[in-house]
Design a protein around this ligand. Structure first.
Ligand SMILES: *Cc1c(COP(=O)(O)O)cnc(C)c1O
Length: 456
């Protein structure tokens, strides 16, 4: 038996005291956010109307490598961190692979995902600024839950616009948020101008993330003492999520382990950006080399089939333009897509790194993803979130290739959360009614052709 334990935990004293800002080590910085009206880079003042001051500073800072994690946030982290780095001995045995598989498990908190790492940070800075509360949108509900928990802890008001179809289909998520004191409104709603306009035009709509974003932003900018917060895509979110990678690296260094391949699922890019941060930093500085792989759904393939261009982050087209791999802001994954990761774009930082060849991306079909989830649940015990299962599938395929080639590679992947609220999707899989829809080039061309024309 190897001396590496099943779970590598850190002592509290070994936990990271700083977040790492990957952009500081990038030679080609990600392109700036643009004001959609002037096409000039967004200034701190413009962003300050929507986001908290300290978070605007983090968003725009591409030179400071390390940010001290405020003591209050470190204390909150201690309630559910460090998260375990698990050696997947049982999965290795099942796959009969010589590969060594590790995963960093972020599902050990009530929100069930890594999103709490940034929710507490964003709520903290809002509180520090003396604000009354924050607004946000949520689709499936993980982000809304994480933010509700953070706001309850800091006694901040939390207003969540939840995509109407999820609000109706996932009543349990809603009750978790309300238990933590958040108000949850199905979107589109009558509470905002943009909501009323959408309802007047499409009375039967079941809502979309883009529409919920527009409502949340409107409430934040029209109510004194409120700001808007977002759970993925932004640089500040990647900064906070670097705690995942920093902990993983400290744990691996303790045992002299060096991953050959690092794999993560990619929706807006926050968990992947956080997991790879310190490793990518070494790669950018020429100190070490790692293969880094983003895994996305074949039904929402921003990296693998999107274009690298300026685009809106929301369907309402009121948010700044970001230069990223995108399928176009009007792209909506087909209705049978159950597995999350449905954002049309991708973090600007990861987009630039991918464009410059520092990482790879693959896309996978959802029935294969759920098959991997089932295998994983049966041998490792954890019921994984469908999003996380994209990374599980890619890690398993890598391990199977090692079985065939005899290579003893070390694989690290991010297990971002648990799947207890995704049982409708699991039911479809178990019943054999789950299907795959992979958009055609013509499908994608429709939304890509509507990208804003920007000469940058
Ligand atoms: C939100 C979420 C993701 C995808 O978001 P990223 O910003 O790409 O990390 C992945 N897994 C889980 C469990 C999530 O809740």
């Amino acid at each position: 038996m190897s001396e590496i334990p099943y779970k590598i935990y850190l002592n509290e004293s070994e936990m990271p005291e700083t977040w790492y800002n990957l952009r500081a080590d990038m030679a080609h910085k990600p392109a700036p956010l643009l004001n959609p009206a002037t096409l000039e880079p967004m200034t701190a003042q413009e962003l300050g109307g929507v986001f908290c001051e300290e978070l605007v500073k983090q968003e725009l800072d591409e030179t400071t490598p390390y940010y001290e994690i405020p003591q209050e946030i470190r204390d909150f982290y201690k309630m559910y961190r460090p998260s375990p780095l698990v050696r997947a001995y049982c999965l290795e045995k099942k796959l009969q692979t010589p590969a060594k598989i590790y995963y960093k498990f972020e599902g050990n908190n009530t929100s069930g995902s890594h999103k709490l790492n940034s929710a507490i940070a964003q709520a903290y800075y809002a509180k520090k600024q003396g604000l009354r509360g924050v607004t946000t949108e949520t689709g499936a509900g993980q982000w809304g839950t994480a933010l509700s928990m953070a706001c309850a802890y800091l006694e901040l008001d939390c207003k969540v616009f939840m995509v109407k179809v999820s609000y109706e289909q996932k009543p349990f998520r809603r009750e978790v948020m309300r238990t933590y004191g958040a108000s949850v409104t199905p979107s589109p709603s009558n509470e905002t101008q943009v909501g009323r306009k959408i309802l007047a035009e499409h009375p039967d709509t079941t809502g979309s993330l883009g529409c919920a974003i527009s409502e949340a932003v409107e409430v934040a900018v029209t109510n004194p003492g409120y700001r808007y917060v977002l759970g993925s895509v932004l640089n500040q979110v990647l900064l906070h999520q670097s705690v995942i990678g920093l902990e993983a690296k400290i744990a691996m260094d303790k045992y002299g382990i060096k991953p050959d391949v690092i794999i993560g699922c990619a929706g807006g890019g926050s968990n992947l950006g956080g997991l790879i941060a310190p490793f990518m930093g070494e790669k950018l500085r020429g100190e070490a080399d790692y293969r880094i792989v983003a895994v996305e759904p074949a039904s929402c393939p921003s990296f693998t089939r999107g274009v690298f261009a300026y685009d809106f982050c929301d369907t309402g087209n009121i948010c700044p333009l970001a230069k990223m791999y995108t399928l176009g802001s009007s792209f909506i994954p087909s209705a049978n897509h159950a597995g999350g990761l449905r954002f049309h774009g991708m973090s600007t930082t990861l987009s630039q790194l991918y464009h410059d060849g520092f990482m790879e991306a693959i896309s996978v079909a959802q029935t294969d993803v759920f098959e991997a989830a089932q295998t994983f649940a049966r041998v490792e015990g954890i019921l994984p979130a469908p999003e996380s299962s994209h990374a599980i599938l890619a890690a398993m395929n890598e391990a199977i290739r090692c079985r065939e080639s005899g290579e003893e590679k070390t694989i690290l992947f991010g297990l971002t959360g648990t799947g207890y609220f995704d049982l409708v999707a699991y039911k479809q899989f178990n019943d054999g009614t789950m299907s795959d829809y992979i958009p055609t080039d013509e499908d994608l061309q429709i939304s890509i052709s509507k990208l804003p024309k920007v000469d940058k």
